[in-house]
Design a binder for this molecule. Structure first.
Ligand code: ACO
Length: 174
């Protein structure tokens, strides 16, 4: 775990991001089970181990309280660009509004903006969120994401089945 400079809200506490490894994958699964109504597959968790800086756990005073998991997706017709899909990003309820979600997301944005040493650049970051999830909508808008589309019945298994697709474009069409 690396301890980083803390924002004023968490100045009295130790906050740090950690890699996801086979040793803490169980903690990630427990977090996601509490945070999200979706059950993620074994292949989801296998892939998380291979995305490097695009999957992280956040620790608050050495307790694992949140995580982000992304995946890279190919862009049709391009070998020089990829998109980054944020599949899950969440912080346990008692630890919200302390800047922890922002720390996770800023880490992902910073890494997505880095010019890659080899391979494709990230053109766009995107995600889906249920239309009634006002906290998440405010959160992502604060970080420069825009609503790109309303996806009707995106989550057919839920009472609120519609989702917004939010995106943040990093590389304009070249
Ligand atoms: N109401 C209004 N605005 C909010 C709220 C809220 N409840 N929560 C966050 N924000 C906005 C505010 O602008 C806030 O800044 P401020 O506190 O200075 O006003 C800003 O987001 C940053 O807030 P953080 O403290 O960094 O965010 P937090 O650590 O609370 O995490 C998150 C936000 C991840 C959305 C959290 O509420 C959560 O885990 N929710 C449950 C899981 C979830 O819905 N995840 C997102 C959808 S799934 C996906 O991302 C792919």
């Amino acid at each position: 775990m690396t301890t980083e400079d803390n924002k004023p809200k968490t100045a009295a506490f130790r906050v740090g991001l950690g890699d996801i490894t086979p040793n803490n994958l169980g903690q990630l699964k427990r977090l996601n089970t509490v945070l999200f109504p979706v059950v993620y597959t074994a292949s989801f968790y296998k892939d998380v181990l291979d995305v490097g800086e695009f999957a992280k756990i956040i620790y608050f005073n050495d307790v694992c309280v949140g995580a982000v998991c992304c995946r890279k997706e190919n862009v049709a017709g391009s070998t020089s660009l990829q998109n980054l899909y944020i599949a899950t990003l969440g912080v346990l309820a008692p630890y919200r509004r302390l800047g922890l979600g922002s720390k996770l997301l800023e880490h992902i944005i910073e890494n997505a903006e880095l010019p890659p040493s080899t391979g494709p650049k990230i053109a766009k970051m995107y995600l889906h969120v249920q239309t009634d999830n006002e906290e998440a909508l405010e959160f992502y808008k604060k970080h420069g994401f825009n609503v790109a589309e309303k996806c009707e019945n995106y989550y057919p298994q839920f009472e609120v089945s519609d989702a917004f697709r939010l995106e943040k474009v990093l590389v304009k069409d070249e």
